[in-house]
Design a binder for this molecule. Structure first.
Ligand SMILES: Cc1cc2nc3c(=O)[nH]c(=O)nc-3n(C[C@H](O)[C@H](O)[C@H](O)COP(=O)(O)OP(=O)(O)OC[C@H]3O[C@@H](n4cnc5c(N)ncnc54)[C@H](O)[C@@H]3O)c2cc1C
Length: 414
């Protein structure tokens, strides 16, 4: 039985993590390193590897290097790239160079395809954590002795703690904290992300963007012959079903990009044929606590800053690393660990949510005036100091966690 507790580990907390994305993977890795017994449950039947590029800076790079992923980052990662934006008639309307980006980030910047990152995290985690695919939590009941968790098609099991790392539409959050609408802030946009081979317009030196009123499209050249596409537009309908219905998604993107210029018709055709697409509403998750009793949230489930912030994986990895360390140091007092996690990470995620909402409004201009403002900004972004002010200024200092002489881990206090 995968949930049984060994005699040697009787004193250790047994922790269930829901969701094998960036937050779930990083958390499982470090909790296992610190000696906790971990079980990870993932709704999808396989790793979810869709997605465009993940940008890495600040402490996230160091966390992944400490996890032994340094060689994957060097092999699969890319340095800074520039960007060029086009309008309907195919004219360049602005951009910046790879060199400006490089200067702004003091070289401490890397980007990697989500597929490569998630696969590398999985490889690092799978030896130490029981991973159950194709299953999901259906009910959570907690008392002073632990958390009783029911699953979709498996026997009910008891854990000391449960951590929801199951993304912006978290099931753990809805079961324990309340409905999504209580915490979501919709930014009024939809986005589709997919990867395609042999797109002939790809440019390894520059991301190519198409910006028109209410729509944004970007192409990122990956290694090999792959290009990742992000298509985003203002949400005009009010469909409850669009996140789960491919026909509605095709219709929404067709309406938005069908009559557009530049490379849009060609890229729309690629999207229409593609099955492996990540499609989502652009939302942020704002909460004034991330824990209730023995259940906590981490990553997008707690503090999604939106795809437009472009920092979801950075925030998720920092949040997961801090939570794992606080649990290791809490001597069984999980409430203190959860409280420290919130106090340390919440200011950072709040700041980056503001940045995310700002970027979304800016890069997807809704009227002529906003479009003119964006063009001016794109001109200014040729200057590395402007990029620096916009992207690389977090208000966060990682606590100095000492990894030697870890204290004996204790069971959660009843
Ligand atoms: C397929 C995919 C593609 C993405 N592409 C991009 C992108 O191109 N650009 C970008 O900026 N961000 C993208 N994101 C979001 C980005 O990965 C996150 O913002 C960031 O990595 C934070 O990670 P997370 O682990 O908190 O959430 P996620 O990375 O969203 O991971 C959550 C995990 O939980 C799983 N899950 C969901 N519900 C349940 C459940 N009920 N039970 C168990 N497991 C569950 C999901 O299948 C997923 O594996 C993508 C997310 C996904 C899932």
């Amino acid at each position: 039985m995968f949930l049984s507790r060994s005699v040697e580990n009787r004193d250790l907390m047994k922790i269930l993590i829901s969701g094998l994305g960036v937050a779930g993977g990083v958390l499982a890795y470090w909790l296992h390193e610190f000696g906790f017994e971990t079980v990870l449950i993932e709704k999808s039947y396989n790793l979810r590897t869709a997605g465009t590029v993940i940008e890495m800076y600040w402490d996230a790079l160091g966390i992944f290097k400490k996890m032994g992923l340094g060689s994957v980052l060097s092999e699969k990662g890319q340095g800074p790239t520039g960007a060029i934006a086009f309008n309907r008639s195919g004219r360049k309307i602005g951009g910046f160079s790879a060199q400006s980006m490089s200067e702004a980030s003091s070289g401490d910047y890397l980007r990697i395809f989500r597929n490569d990152l998630v696969n590398a995290i999985y490889a690092a985690v799978k030896g130490g954590t029981n991973i159950v695919f194709d299953n999901s939590i259906t009910a959570i009941k907690q008392d002073s002795t632990g958390v009783e968790v029911s699953f979709d098609g498996m026997a009910t099991q008891k854990f000391d703690l449960v951590i929801g790392c199951d993304g912006a539409h978290s099931k753990v959050r809805s079961l324990v904290f309340g409905e999504e609408r209580n915490f979501e802030r919709r930014l009024g946009m939809l986005a589709a992300v997919f990867v395609e081979k042999n797109y002939d317009h790809s440019n390894p030196e520059f991301d190519l963007a198409y910006i028109e009123t209410g729509k944004f499209l970007q192409c990122y050249a990956a290694h090999g012959d792959q290009t990742a596409f992000l298509m985003s537009m203002v949400e005009t309908g009010n469909s409850q079903n669009i996140l789960n219905n491919r026909d509605e998604q095709r219709a929404a993107l067709g309406n938005a990009f069908g009559g557009e210029g530049w490379e849009c018709p060609k890229i729309l055709k690629l999207f229409e044929k593609k099955e492996d697409v990540y499609f989502d509403r652009i939302i942020q998750i704002k909460m004034d606590r991330w824990a209730q009793g023995r259940v906590a949230l981490c990553g997008d489930s707690a503090h999604c800053a939106s795809l437009w912030a472009g920092e979801g994986a950075i925030l998720a990895s920092i949040s997961a690393y801090v939570l794992a360390n606080e649990l290791r140091n809490c001597d069984g007092d999980y409430e203190k660990a959860f409280s420290n996690h919130y106090q340390l990470v919440h200011p950072l995620t709040t700041q980056r949510q503001k940045m995310g909402a700002f970027s979304a409004g800016l890069m997807l201009p809704r009227n002529m005036l906003a479009k003119v403002g964006l063009r001016l900004l794109l001109k200014m972004m040729a200057n590395s100091l402007t990029i620096d002010r916009i992207w690389f200024q977090p208000n966060f200092t990682m606590p100095e966690y000492e990894h030697q002489n870890a204290p004996l881990l204790k069971r959660a206090r009843p």
